[in-house]
Each structure stands twice: as structure tokens, then as C-alpha cells.
Write a protein that binds this ligand. Sequence first.
Ligand code: SF4
Length: 442
Amino acid sequence: MRVCCVSRTNIIDVGLTDVSERSGPDACPGAFQTHSAADGAVARIRVPGGILTARQLRELGHTAASLGSGVIELTSRANVQIRGLHGEAERSLATRMAAAGLLPSATHERVRNILASPMAGLDGQGLIEVAPLVRELDLAIRSRPVLADLPGRFLFAVDDGRGDVAALGADIALLPPSFVLIAGQDSGLRVSPEEAVPVMVAAAEAFLAERGSADSKAWRIAELPDGPARIAARLGGHAAASPLLQPGDGGVATVAGKQLGALAQPGGWTALSVMPPLGRLSAAQAHAVATAADTGDGEIRLTPWRGVIVPGLTWADAELWLPRLADVGLITDASSPWTGVTACTGRPGCAKSLADVQADAIRAMAGAGARGAAEALPVHWAGCERRCGRPSGPAVLVVATGHGYRVDAGGRSVSCTGIEETASAISTTRTTADGPAGTTEP
Ligand code: SF4
């Protein structure tokens, strides 16, 4: 058996969340069940495998511009969000998403959370193509009425064998050549990729059955006592005691921070890999990406690292489009100081926030010049101590305090009052600290 690019000796602890105090189902937003935020409603549209057509991305951009804040937010599950919806805009958004083929099921829309290795088939490193399996899994989920009861936080992953998305904490993951991971733990089950979808769906059904029999309010398998073991046993497997992969194994940093620009594909084609600053893709940027994709396969892949990949271009078209994408403000070079910088919603979208962290991050980054960050720690800005969206693994955390920011990294904290002081503290700690471990949140 082969586990690509991963260490089987790295072990992490998974604490059990106390779910007894929960009052009801999870409140993850969808296109119909939106989330009410301080700046209007937020709709989340699931994009299984992160795979979109150019036409769909263009429609997302038009919808964000005409109904919402004008920005498509990319999420850590390669889904998209549109915020700032008011009044009739919510219903109009659902209608437009359905017409674009992005809402094929009203009953199952929130449970189509499927991660897939974004570079599968593009760099010769994986073992399988993931797109057909993603489509098969999506269809299988939607065809089972019982799976509409899955929580919106439940997550599937289809890895191509390199271990990138299998390391991201999915409830059920396929890791070729034959592993089925349950809450990150080896289930003991071995399947070929062709046999995988029925097993993954059966594992999801087993979670619902196990949750029902335990009268639990768990949203994730890891929240059930002995969840991975119990579900593996229902399927005839025997779960290992510890997770197989470490968060960050399988090249999260590599994919997020280094594979930007024009990437050679097998067969002489080229893929463009870009990132919008802070994962916020403007309508104009979406239009530019979609137009570039029209010259290739017409396909776009969103990554769990809030990046965008446009595959299937000729080298000449790639040379033409890379500077154009840079001109509209997309990050096209891994040495950009923007690489690895993220921020929570902050003000005005989140009422809990003590600062407009996205605007402050932009101000701080304006002074970052060409310092370069390809080898530096990720930086995450947060408007309060909840630190939503902080990355897995070591990171510099920049937390609003109400009178400035606190910069946390490697067990040290620096309190700062102004943006310049904060930017300086980030710059110093980013390249010198072993930051604190974080936890990826949906
Ligand atoms: S970290 Fe705090 S301010 Fe930021 S989105 Fe979460 S709750 Fe809101």
C-alpha cells in the first residue's frame, strides 16, 4: 500500500466536543437557508470538488454584483459565499443559481460538501482523476433522501493519492490507492476508487444511524464517542486509534503558497494558478478568470486554500493571460507577500468584530512591499478571540483587541496599537516564529 507525500507516524489528538448543549441543527448557510449577518444575509453555494464552468463563475460574479456586496467569497471547503443580500435578493439568488446549474437539489443543497484534490490530473502527481468520482458521489448523495438529514458541516473528500485534501479533516475521505478514512482515521476498509462511492455513502448513512441510536446532536463523526470505530464497525472495518494524516501533510503549504503562476500540465498544456487577496474574488476578477478559462477547457477549479486554477491553456494563452489576471489584482506569484494571508469576516459583516480586519489587513499589506512570503508562516487576521477561519498548523494570528491588535506566534504575543506597528510585528514574527497550532474551521 502506498500513502503519497504523507507521514503515517505523525499523530494528532482529536478532542471530543461536548454537543449536549446544542439546541438544534447546525446553522450552516445555504442558498435557501441563508445566514443573517450584520451586513445582510449570507448565502453559501456548494461547489462539489471546487469544479465550476466559466459560465457558472461568470454568473456568480454577476449575481454578487447585482444582488450582493459585489464579492464572491471563497471558503476553505472550495465553496463560495455571497453576502450583503437584502429583501428579495435572497430568492432571486436561489433562482439564478438554480438556472446556472449550481443548485441541482433543494433538499440536499447544504450537504454537498465534497473536497477534491485541485491539481488532480494537472501535474502528474496523483494516482487518479477525481472529477468523475466527485460527480458520482454528488449524485449518490442527492439520490438518497435520508442524506438530506446530514448536518451542513459534514464533509466528504476525494483525494487523488497525494494526501492534500485527505489531510483536511473530512468526515469521510477516499485516499487512493485504497484507504477510506473516517474522521481522519484509517477505517481498515480497502476499496478501489471504482468501489469507493457506495462505501462513502454507506459511511454517511452509518453516521446518521449511529447518531440516532445514541440520541446525539453531533454534527461531525469526530463528535460521536468512538465515532470512527463505531462507523467502521458498521461497515465491517476496524478503525485505527489515531488519525492517519497530520493537518498540513500532503502539501497544503506547497499548494497554497508555492504553486502559483503558470504550471506545466502533461501533454504540453498549461494551468494558471492564482489567488484573490483574502479569498475575496471581485466580479471583475471572476469575469477575467472566466474569460481566460474560455481559451482553455472552460473549466475552473477552486481550491480549499482559496485559490483558483484555470487548466488546459496553450502556453501562448497562458503567457497572455497571467499578466492580465495580475492586472485585475489577483496574486500570480508565490513570492507575493499576500501569499498565505487570510482574514475572518470582521466588521461590518460580523457584529462580534472589534475591527474591520479586512481593511486593516489591506492597509498593513500595502507596506509589506516585496518582502516575499513564500517560505513564511501563514498570517490570519481575526476580529475577536474566536479567530474564525484560522489555518491549520503553525500561523501568525493577528487578533483585534478593541484598541489595536495582538500578534500571536510561537507562544509569544506582541500588543500593537497602530497598523504600522502591527505590520512590523507581523513581518518580524512571520519569518522567525514557530506559530501556535490552529484548527481549521468550516
Ligand atoms: S473571529 Fe470573531 S469577528 Fe471574526 S468572524 Fe469570527 S466571530 Fe466574527
